[in-house]
Design a protein around this ligand. Structure first.
Ligand code: ZN
Length: 241
């Protein structure tokens, strides 16, 4: 089975369409969306529609739940708050119902998916390093966990009681080792590479690959500015920060 995994679209339709076009070449059997479909970008409705079209197994991100008032925006910085207020005004009641219906965690055969952290997932804690991943590893029932939220693709490898962060793009999974894979971000990468990020997981060959695809950044930036969203949200797309 080949899984197409993506996270943190953040209303960036151009980036999402580039990722979906790449997936079309990857012989994907099933899709996974790790949350934050909306927030920051200018096309929340279109991104929700595209997600629905591909019918991925989807978990909620903090921005998804904030847009339908299931998560308090007091935890957001001012740019994110402005973007969520704009998003809430520019999606329909049906869109809000959809975002509010998303679950926090899903355990599938052999792997688990969550937006932030398995530890109190409703708090959307950040897994940033080999230390903050521990509380997730403690309660992880499967060998593998896919996460998003930080917008930085990285894999935490737990072997013989020790955890290390690994930035290799291609991983061959070993038995008796646990992996927490951050799928990075489709629509707002923060790893210094502005291209859209996605993941292909081949569960038969036991391989995980983090991939990048270029997209029309200028168009996504122009839409953000035209929508009256904070300029900074457009600028950061160009640098991937
Ligand atoms: Zn996000």
């Amino acid at each position: 089975m080949r899984w197409g995994i993506f996270s943190d679209i953040h209303s960036n339709l151009e980036a999402f369409q580039a990722v979906l076009a790449s997936f079309a070449q990857e012989h994907i059997d099933r899709y996974i969306c790790l949350g934050d479909i909306v927030g920051y970008g200018a096309n929340p409705r279109e991104c929700i529609q595209e997600v629905k079209r591909f019918k991925p197994i989807t978990v909620a991100g903090n921005h998804d739940w904030a847009a339908c008032e299931r998560f308090d925006v007091k935890y957001f910085n001012s740019y994110a708050q402005t973007a969520i207020a704009w998003t809430a005004q520019n999606i329909t009641q049906e869109d809000k119902q959809y975002l509010g219906s998303l679950k926090l965690v899903s355990e599938l055969g052999g792997f688990t998916i969550v937006h932030g952290s398995l530890h109190q997932p409703e708090r959307f804690e950040y897994i940033l390093d080999a230390y903050s991943v521990e509380s997730t590893l403690d309660i992880l029932n499967t060998q593998l966990c896919f996460i998003g939220h930080t917008h930085v693709p990285v894999t935490f490898i737990h072997r013989d009681g020790r955890c290390t962060a690994c930035f290799r793009k291609k991983l061959a999974l070993e038995a008796d080792v646990k992996y927490v894979v951050n799928a990075g971000s489709v629509g707002q990468p923060r790893d210094g590479d502005p291209r859209a990020t996605y993941v292909v997981y081949d569960s038969d060959n036991k391989e995980v690959e983090i991939k990048k695809v270029p997209y029309n950044i200028r168009k996504a930036k122009d839409k953000i500015i035209k929508a009256g969203l904070p300029k900074m949200l457009a600028e950061r797309l160009g640098t991937g920060q």
